[in-house]
Design a protein around this ligand. Structure first.
Ligand code: FAD
Ligand code: MG
Length: 341
């Protein structure tokens, strides 16, 4: 039910597309990957190869998922988690682990790739009961990136930690798909959307900015506003897709506050982060969600080339906070027109 719901609504942004696009022709395909929906759109004049390229991208997504997913027993990540130390020759996996350590440090541990035990304990997708306090406390003592020791391509896990890259790997996989499109096929105008993690290459048909809508977290299918963007990544993390409601009617969602061990209660219901990397936007969206709108906004303002939009409800009224650079582009049609430079 939850997965079905996630598949239906996981796309946290809706795309508004027009049909004409100069000389280039538009190709698009949707499917599922990483437990969510994956959509690829690109523009090319090479009609002979377009389908082949699409096939290749979806195969690559599956292949990367098979290396990075903790839900696959044979993945490199699962092997590392069970053996506790491993020589990782796979460049993408090693890079993702290193990047996750860096982002954990930058966000003061709000984004924490070592939360495997807690995430498994909560098992939001399949569970409907709150775990016991003792169990949460116990899992909290086995976390923290200090426990990930890297020497060259040898990775060792200490303090009985295990890794879960669910808040960054989707972004990384999308970045790799984008890289394949650009480097191997010289396709620069594209959009890749994996369940609300979006990478925008160039412009729509090479002509105008892409239009991405930020979903309304309180009304399924509605949007909060439109944002016009080019050449960047935009990622949304929210509490309105993956959650369970316990017998008391309280909602428990999938973003865990590493301080408390419970789903974050920062008051934020949706965070959108724009930067030049999808993996970075992905991890930061999770971290900023936990920081809350005030601390999160201050954090985002200090980061280079990073913009954020927070959606909260105060006294039953929707409140939107955004970084200054985004705010300054907001017009009275609820549209942000923004370029990351
Ligand atoms: P984000 O906020 O980006 O991430 C939240 C997720 O990150 C949580 O679900 C948890 O795993 C983890 N997390 C929670 N709190 C923190 C924290 N403080 N710091 C760091 N991480 C945290 N889902 C399925 O249902 N079936 C699948 O087979 C499946 N396979 C997947 C394979 C891969 C490679 C990846 C990356 C994800 C997979 N997922 C699967 C998960 C699914 O796509 C999730 O929706 C996604 O990982 C969560 O992303 P998000 O953008 O919704 O939220
Ligand atoms: Mg994330």
């Amino acid at each position: 039910m939850l997965i079905k719901r996630a598949l239906i609504v996981a796309v946290a942004a809706f795309l508004l597309l027009s049909c004409r696009a100069g000389e280039l022709k538009r190709y698009n395909r949707s499917g599922s990957a990483m437990g969510t929906s994956l959509t690829v759109i690109f523009f090319t004049d090479d009609s002979k190869r377009a389908n082949e390229i699409m096939d290749e991208l979806f195969i690559l997504a599956d292949d990367l998922e098979n290396r990075l997913s903790t839900k696959k027993a044979e993945s490199i990540l699962s092997e590392l988690n069970s053996k506790r130390e491993l020589v990782i020759k796979d460049k993408v996996v090693l890079e993702t682990i290193k990047e996750s350590i860096e982002l954990a440090k930058v966000t003061d541990g709000r984004f924490d790739p070592s939360l495997y035990h807690l995430i498994k304990l909560w098992d939001i997708e399949n569970n409907s009961a709150v775990p016991g306090e003792e169990a949460i406390k116990d899992r909290l003592s086995h976390r923290g990136v200090e426990g990930i020791i890297i020497d060259g391509n040898h990775v060792r896990l200490e303090n009985n930690i295990k890794l879960d890259l669910g808040a960054i790997a989707k972004g990384k996989i999308i970045d790799e798909l984008a890289r394949r499109l650009q480097e191997r096929y010289h396709i620069d105008n594209f959009l890749i959307n994996g369940g609300g993690d979006i990478r925008l290459g160039g412009r729509y048909g090479g002509l105008r900015k892409w239009k991405v809508a930020v979903a309304d977290p309180y009304n399924n299918g509605e949007i909060i506003g439109l944002i016009e963007l080019e050449n960047c990544s935009i990622v949304t993390s929210g509490n309105y897709e993956r959650y369970f409601i316990d017998e008391k009617g309280d909602r428990y969602h999938h973003i865990i506050d590493p301080e408390t061990g419970y789903p974050s209660q920062s008051g934020v219901d949706s965070v959108t982060v724009i930067s030049d990397s999808t993996s970075r936007s992905d991890a930061l969206a999770t971290a900023l969600f936990i920081m809350g709108s005030e601390a999160g906004l201050a954090f985002a303002e200090k980061q280079k080339d990073t913009e954020a939009i927070f959606i909260t409800k105060v006294d039953n009224k929707i409140e939107i906070k955004q970084t200054e650079r985004i705010k300054s582009t907001l017009n009275n049609e609820k549209k942000w027109n923004f370029t990351l430079e």
